[in-house]
Ligand binder design. Structure first.
Ligand SMILES: C=C1C[C@]23C[C@@]1(O)CC[C@H]2[C@@]12CC[C@H](O)[C@@](C)(C(=O)O1)[C@H]2[C@@H]3C(=O)O
Ligand SMILES: O=C(O)CCC(=O)C(=O)O
Ligand SMILES: [Fe+2]
Length: 338
């Protein structure tokens, strides 16, 4: 009998830098949540970049360190243990495969819901440290980060003169809010170690995409890798800062602001010597929530750029797409010709 070997379907993507060294963005919009100018800086950053860095965020360092150490412990377990928390369909442990449509990255992850009971169940059969410690670290972290997300969304609404002030944050505070949480681990990538100083090839850790939700709040350890795409199409690296949070505008906020805020395209490149651990809270609305431009943000004489849809409709369509796809396309309104 002839045994044919399985075709290797794991095709990683690479990007080639135009310059040998990555361009680090030095002027990332910085928002100090304790300062009175926070709301205007947030609005400007969302208009110009769809991205900003937050300090004085109010998330206790202890909650961050506890979760980081639980996550590091989980990712250090043998592969067969981690797979007990999988497959990621969409929730659970995933390795290299992102989503269902063929995206591959140099990453392993735990995709979790805001429902702690479901998460506990997913993690319960994994032997390692006490799953209760993991559960309580997740709970404390998510509660603190959700509060920060709501504070930012209230400042955004104030900065945009939207009434009521909680127009955005109430979607995330809603008990039915479909928020998601993700722990990403990018191991060092040995093949990139053969670097004689002229190697400008980078392996993709997490391919380029925009986040679907309202906003995403990202915190990582001190390993670089995150890049954002500027409005002119240039990719720039974001210097890591383990004491701060980074905020991404998501597709839903782009729609609710009728395109005034743009969701930011971003990606993660693998690192040749250090592992990167990131934690991202994706603040989303309830499934039955209607998403449409807020009337006060449709400027006089302008049209709504999007058809109204529910978050469920968007998600159903999004889960059929690849990372790099424009997921808002099916919901764009064709401009009426004059
Ligand atoms: C390829 C995919 C993975 C993703 C679902 C999708 O079909 C398209 C959107 C992807 C994304 C990007 C941001 C978040 O990491 C994520 C959890 C999300 O809400 O949308 C992922 C999805 C995923 O990994 O399941
Ligand atoms: O891991 C990171 O730093 C970012 C990953 C990301 O963009 C995502 O999970 O949506
Ligand atoms: Fe993302």
């Amino acid at each position: 009998m002839v045994v044919l070997s399985k075709p290797n379907t794991e095709k990683y993507s690479y990007v080639r830098n135009s310059k040998p060294a990555p361009t680090f963005l030095s002027n990332i919009p910085l928002v100090d949540l304790s300062k009175p100018d926070a709301k205007s800086l947030i609005v400007k950053a969302c208009e110009d970049f769809g991205f900003f860095k937050v300090i004085n965020h109010g998330v206790p360092m202890d909650a961050i360190s506890r979760l980081e150490s639980e996550a590091a412990n989980f990712f250090s377990l043998p592969l067969h243990e981690k797979h007990k928390a999988g497959p990621a369909n969409p929730f659970g442990y995933g390795n290299k495969h992102i989503g269902r449509n063929g995206d591959i990255g140099w990453v392993e992850y735990l995709l979790l819901t805001a429902d702690q009971d479901y998460n506990s169940l997913k993690l319960s059969s994994v032997s390692g440290r006490d799953p209760e410690n993991f559960g309580s670290a997740l709970n404390d972290y998510m509660t603190a980060v959700r509060n920060m997300a709501c504070e930012i969304l209230d400042l955004m609404a104030e900065g945009l003169n939207i009434q009521p002030k909680n127009a955005f944050s109430r979607l995330v505070m809603d008990k039915q809010s479909d928020s998601v949480f993700r722990l990403n681990h990018y191991p060092p990538c040995p093949e990139l170690a053969m670097n004689d100083g002229t190697n400008t090839e980078n392996k993709i850790g997490f391919g380029e995409h925009t986040d679907p939700q309202i906003i995403a709040l990202l915190r990582s350890n001190n390993t670089s890798g995150l890049q954002i795409c500027l409005r002119d199409g240039t990719w720039v690296s974001i210097p890591p800062d383990q004491t701060s949070f980074f905020v991404n505008v998501g597709d839903s906020l782009q729609v609710m602001t009728n395109g005034r805020f743009k969701s930011v395209k971003h990606r993660v490149l693998a690192n040749r010597s250090k592992s990167r651990l990131s934690m991202i809270y994706f603040a989303g609305p309830p499934l039955n929530q209607k998403i449409a431009p807020l009337p006060s943000l449709i400027l006089t004489g302008k049209q709504s750029l999007y058809k109204e849809f529910t978050w469920f409709e968007y998600k159903t369509s999004a889960y059929g797409t690849r990372l790099a796809d424009n997921r808002l396309c099916p919901f764009e309104r064709i401009a009426a010709s004059s």
